[in-house]
Design a binder for this molecule. Structure first.
Ligand code: FAD
Length: 321
């Protein structure tokens, strides 16, 4: 038995969430007194691959095939499941990223595994059971699910586990898996980045604004604050519905779920559908001119004030810092 972790990359580089997921997988391997194998698919530099050892991987499998250079859900799932079988891994860990959420159920089917996506902490194995705490109902609640199958697949919500760097580089092995033609029925031909800004699902800080901003012409201060903080910008649904901001920024039950270390909500009321997408944020700061706004109930810090006065002051304060 061993644990297998999928180390996904973006344009050949590992994101911070991958070091987090490898650290998490290492802790699960330690719980089970076994080794951790990482698998990477695509063009990642050998040094970066070996560097996963610093986060706990004992060995790294490198899959490099022209057809697998861009993400293909079905084919990646086949390769990861094949690696799990050959390496005798009965626990497969992924990030609960867009790709991870697509892969987890497919790998689950291939391995006959129980799947827990949206995991937020290490499994509880104290009673001989395997219980995973995960988000449920679009992030409105947490559920404790027991995985009773021999094989298990867990997708970890980003920003819910500490990166632990303690080891040294680990050996990298080439892994060749037979991908079936039927795995390539849908292929991504080209990916065009819509923006060079910080990607919202991966952002550690998010500056988000709602209808309280009155109109798209007022987003300059939101973007300025976000740039100063190295943050991604986001918005509420009515804002993107009105075309003030792109739909890719819409956060909530029907939009993107984020789990940053810091979520700053400006002129957003805090409707349940919005909160569904941000509930696993570590620290929530709310700026709203209505002290009764529901968002204040879930805020760690709140400023009851007019955004058009507070945000410029915040920008000045950040500039001083
Ligand atoms: P409003 O509700 O209009 O709130 C604006 C806020 O700004 C108010 O609290 C006000 O006090 C404050 N404000 C006004 N002026 C200022 C100022 N000068 N300074 C500071 N504060 C100010 N919504 C989402 O966001 N995401 C979703 O995914 C989503 N999915 C939905 C799914 C369904 C099925 C339904 C029915 C609704 C969904 N909604 C979603 C909509 C949601 O219910 C709310 O209507 C929406 O979140 C409200 O957006 P808002 O807070 O920007 O606007």
């Amino acid at each position: 038995m061993s644990v297998l972790v999928f180390a996904e990359n973006a344009d050949g580089k590992f994101k911070k969430s991958i070091f987090e997921v490898v650290s998490y997988a290492k802790a699960i391997a330690a719980q089970n007194n076994t080794s951790l194998i990482a698998i990477s698919i695509g063009d990642v530099a050998e040094d970066d691959l070996a560097g996963l050892g610093k986060f706990g991987a004992d060995k790294i499998l490198n899959v490099s095939a022209d057809k697998l250079k861009t993400f293909v859900n079905q084919a990646y799932a086949s390769v990861i499941a094949e690696a799990a079988k050959r390496e005798g891994a009965n626990i497969v860990i992924l990030s609960n990223s867009f790709s991870g959420r697509g892969l987890a159920p497919r790998i689950g089917v291939k391995l006959g595994a129980g799947v827990a996506d949206g995991a937020v902490s290490l499994p509880d194995q104290t009673s001989g059971k395997f219980i995973v705490k995960k988000t449920a109902f679009s992030g409105k609640a947490f559920a404790a699910v027991e995985l009773t199958s021999e094989n298990k697949v867990i997708a970890l919500t980003p920003n819910s586990y500490q990166v632990v760097e303690s080891g040294a580089n680990a050996p990298v092995e080439s892994f060749v898996a037979e991908a079936k033609e039927s795995d390539f029925k849908i292929m991504v031909k080209d990916i065009v980045r819509a923006t060079d800004k910080v990607s919202l699902p991966d952002a550690e800080i998010v500056v988000s604004a709602g209808r309280g901003l009155k109109g798209p012409e007022n987003w300059g201060m939101i973007e300025e604050l976000a740039d100063l903080l190295g943050a991604a910008t986001a918005c509420s649904k009515p804002v993107s519905d009105a075309g003030w901001r792109p739909h890719s920024e819409h956060v909530g039950q029907t939009g993107i779920a984020v789990s940053p270390n810091l979520y700053i909500a400006i002129g957003i009321s805090g409707a349940i559908q919005h909160l569904a997408g941000i509930s696993s944020s570590k620290v929530i700061v709310v700026i709203n001119k209505d002290p009764e706004a529901p968002f204040f109930k879930v805020a760690d810090y709140g400023i009851a004030g007019d955004a058009f006065e507070v945000v410029p002051k915040l920008i000045e304060a950040v500039k001083q810092y």
